[in-house]
Ligand binder design. Structure first.
Ligand SMILES: NC(=O)c1ccc[n+]([C@@H]2O[C@H](COP(=O)([O-])OP(=O)(O)OC[C@H]3O[C@@H](n4cnc5c(N)ncnc54)[C@H](OP(=O)(O)O)[C@@H]3O)[C@@H](O)[C@H]2O)c1
Length: 267
């Protein structure tokens, strides 16, 4: 029996991964804001556990990490799926731009925070489901929280790139560890697309809901990566196909710069 933690596991791709593993007999902790969404999820032969947390808040993210570390000696897989699109810039009660806090900072905290429990598993893996690829011009280094000229699409694009760099620095810092860091772009997938959209974006989202790939298809390569993590400390996949992490978009110096900035921000 494996133990999995899935952020954003109550909807879309994360929900499918959670249901599949519970049916396989695993213990799956799903994290989200809305417990009602977890009510009709798979309930055996494994175990599904819902943990309520708003991961756009650092205090709630840190509390979840603390709770999970206290309760689980080992975690086999951490899957990062929580995201929430915002057409308009939104600031959390803690003063962070919401997309930056949820899509990047919480993934940073959960990845590094749960590492001790991951290291205790036999073939541990972190699957960060976002959008690997693209180049570093997606990052606004002088305005990471997008105070000027915010737009929802580029905010999401920057978040994806920050997660690529998180993977690079995690793998570099823990090259001697057992935990594999895997960056995954699932492709356009027909999910709930959590978020608050303006009219123009909503039309595009409705189109993707109708024409995106079925969740099962996007989840299938991720299930394989969880079952058999790649040998390399860091790897990246787009719609199931491996892409190189040796390109300039995964620049170690940029990753180290972001890691420093992030630790300063969090301290
Ligand atoms: N769908 C696509 O076409 C696509 C394309 C490229 C990449 N991706 C990536 O794939 C991953 C999964 O996407 P998806 O489309 O399957 O997601 P989704 O259906 O939109 O579900 C998002 C999940 O995140 C949770 N969530 C949202 N805000 C949260 C918060 N503040 N705190 C905690 N949980 C929160 C939601 O639950 P609650 O509402 O209960 O909080 C829900 O479970 C994402 O990382 C996304 O970036 C998706």
């Amino acid at each position: 029996m494996k133990t999995l933690v899935i952020t954003g596991g109550t909807d879309g791709i994360g929900r499918h991964l959670a249901n599949t593993h519970v049916r396989q007999g695993d213990h799956v902790v799903v994290i989200g804001r809305d417990g009602a969404k977890a009510k009709d999820m798979a309930d055996g032969p494994g175990r599904l556990e819902f943990v309520r947390a708003d991961l756009s808040l650092l205090a709630e993210t840190r509390a979840v990490v603390k709770d999970l570390l206290a309760r689980f000696a080992a975690v086999d897989a951490l899957v990062l799926c929580a995201r929430n699109y915002r057409s308009a810039r939104t600031v959390t009660a803690e003063g962070f731009e919401e997309n930056f806090a949820l899509f990047y900072l919480s993934r940073f905290l959960v990845s590094h925070g749960l590492r001790p429990a991951l290291e205790a598993a036999s073939a541990p893996v972190i699957v960060n489901v976002a959008g690997p690829g693209g180049d570093l011009s997606l990052v606004r280094w002088d305005d990471l929280q997008l105070e000027h000229g915010y737009q929802g699409g580029p905010a999401l694009g920057q978040g994806g790139k920050l997660n690529d760099l998180l993977g690079v620095s995690f793998a570099a810092q823990h090259a001697d560890g057992a935990t594999r860091y895997v960056l995954v772009h699932p492709g356009v997938t027909a999910t709930g697309f959590a978020g608050a959209y303006d009219q123009e974006t909503l039309a595009h989202i409705n189109h993707m809901k109708q024409h995106g790939r079925p969740v099962e298809d996007s989840a299938e390569p991720i299930l394989r990566l969880i079952a058999q993590p790649p040998a390399e400390p860091l790897s990246a996949f787009v719609e199931g196909e491996r892409i190189s992490v040796r390109t300039t978009g995964f620049d170690p110096a940029a990753a180290a710069r972001l890691d420093r900035l992030t630790r300063n921000l969090l301290s």
